[in-house]
Design a protein around this ligand. Structure first.
Ligand code: PMP
Length: 358
C-alpha cells in the first residue's frame, strides 16, 4: 500500500530527492565517505552551498540587492532575529496577527522595538478563520510583517498587502509554492522543513540596504551580515540540510520552476476544496477566499464521522492528516512534493465515507 504523508512539517519530500540523499549518506560523490561525515570546507561539499544559493536566486528571481543565507534556529529564531537586525529600540514596525505563528512573531518582536498590531483576525474562541482586509499602517513604521501562509488554521494571503514600507514575511509553509515578487519584500524567511528540505536549515532572504541601521550590538551569529559576508560559511552550516535543499531546488527546476509548481499546487488544492464543498459529510473551516493551497483544513459535519474518517484514512495509508491539536478535525498538507495522486486518494476516501455513511 502506498503511504501518503500529509504531515504539516517536517513533511513529504520528493521521492527522487530522498533516494539521492540516501545514496549520498553512504557515499558522497564517489569519495568513499558519506555526506554526513564530510567537512563543510572540503572540495566536494563547499560548492553545494553556493549551488543552493544560486538555484534559489534563479527560482525566486532574487536580485543582488538581497542576501540569501542558510542558518539554524528555525523560523522561530527569525521571529527575534528580524527585529533585532532591522529595528532600533525606538523604531516602530507593523505586524498582522493572523495565526499562532504570527502571534509568536509579535511576542518576540516586542523585545526589540515598538510593535503595532495593525490587524488581528483572532476569533473569540482563539482560532483564526480569516485574513484582514484593508490595513491602516502606522506612519513611520519600518516594515509590515505578515505570515504568508498560516499552517495551523489553513489561511493564505493570495494577494499581499500593498504597503509603502517593505514587507517582511514568514513564508515557512508556502515558500516556492507560488510565484512571488521578491522586490516587494524586505525580508523573507522560512524553515525548510515543509517545501524546501529537512528541518535544521532556515532560509533568509534579506534586502541588504536595510541592515546596519540600528545602534544595537548584535551577537555575531545573529547578525545577518555575518552570514551574508561569509556565504553562510562563517561557522559549520547545517550541511546535510543544505545538501538536501540543493537537491529539492534541482527537482523544482525539473518541474518547470516555481511557475510549473504553482500550476500543480493550484490544481491539487482546487480539486480537494471542490470535494470538501461538494461532499455533504465534510466542510471547510476558513473563509473561502483565503483558503490555503498548502494546508487544507476541514471537519466532518457530524462528530461521529470524525473517528470513522480517521480510521478509513489510516487504513488507506494516510499519515498525519489530523488537524493541529488546537483545532481538531483534519488537515491535509499538500506541499510541493505531494503528488496529485495523494490528493486523489484523499478525495476517494471522502467519497467512500459518503457512500457508506451519507
Ligand atoms: N512559522 C510558520 C508559518 C510555521 O508553520 C512554523 C512551523 N510549523 C514556524 C513558523 C516555526 O518554525 P520552526 O519550527 O522552524 O521554528
Amino acid at each position: 500500500m502506498t503511504t501518503w504523508n500529509f504531515s504539516s512539517g517536517p513533511a513529504i519530500l520528493p521521492r527522487s530527492v530522498v533516494e539521492k540523499a540516501a545514496a549520498a549518506v553512504l557515499d558522497f560523490k564517489g569519495s568513499g565517505i558519506g555526506v554526513l561525515e564530510c567537512s563543510h570546507r572540503s572540495k566536494i561539499y563547499e560548492p553545494v552551498v553556493a549551488s543552493a544559493q544560486a538555484r534559489l536566486r534563479k527560482l525566486m528571481g532574487i536580485s543582488d540587492d538581497y542576501g540569501v543565507i542558510f542558518v539554524q534556529g528555525g523560523a522561530s529564531q527569525q521571529f527575534a532575529q528580524v527585529p533585532m537586525n532591522l529595528l532600533a529600540a525606538t523604531d516602530m514596525a507593523d505586524y498582522t496577527d493572523t495565526g499562532t505563528w504570527a502571534s509568536k512573531a509579535i511576542k518576540e518582536a516586542k523585545l526589540f522595538g515598538k510593535i503595532n498590531v495593525v490587524a488581528s483576525t483572532k476569533e473569540e474562541d482563539g482560532t483564526y478563520r480569516s485574513l484582514p482586509g484593508m490595513l491602516l499602517l502606522t506612519p513611520g513604521s519600518k516594515y509590515l510583517h505578515i505570515t504568508s501562509n498560516n499552517t495551523i488554521f489553513g489561511t493564505q494571503w493570495h494577494e499581499f498587502p500593498a504597503a509603502k514600507v517593505p514587507l517582511v514575511a514568514d513564508m515557512s509553509s508556502d515558500i516556492c509554492s507560488r510565484v512571488v515578487d521578491v522586490s516587494k519584500f524586505g525580508v523573507i524567511y522560512a524553515g525548510a522543513q515543509k517545501n524546501l528540505g529537512p528541518s535544521g536549515v532556515t532560509v533568509v532572504i534579506v534586502r541588504k540596504d536595510l541592515l546596519g541601521k540600528t545602534d544595537r550590538q548584535i551577537p555575531t551569529m545573529l547578525d545577518y551580515r555575518t552570514h551574508i559576508e561569509n556565504g553562510s560559511m562563517f561557522n559549520t552550516p547545517p550541511a546535510f540540510g543544505i545538501f538536501v535543499l540543493d537537491l529539492v531546488l534541482e527537482w523544482m527546476e525539473e518541474q518547470g520552476g516555481v511557475e510549473g509548481i504553482q500550476k500543480l499546487n493550484d490544481a491539487k488544492a482546487a480539486k480537494l476544496y471542490a470535494e470538501i464543498d461538494r461532499n455533504p459529510l465534510f466542510k471547510g473551516t476558513v473563509d473561502v477566499d483565503v483558503r490555503s493551497r498548502m494546508n487544507v483544513c476541514f471537519v466532518t459535519e457530524k462528530k461521529e464521522h470524525e473517528e470513522l474518517f480517521m480510521k478509513l484514512g489510516k487504513s488507506r495509508g494516510f499519515v498525519d492528516f489530523n488537524g493541529h491539536r488546537s483545532v481538531g478535525g483534519f488537515r491535509a498538507s499538500i506541499y510541493n512534493a505531494m503528488p496529485e495522486a495523494g490528493v486523489d486518494a484523499m478525495i476517494e476516501a471522502m467519497k467512500d465515507l459518503e457512500k457508506t455513511h451519507g
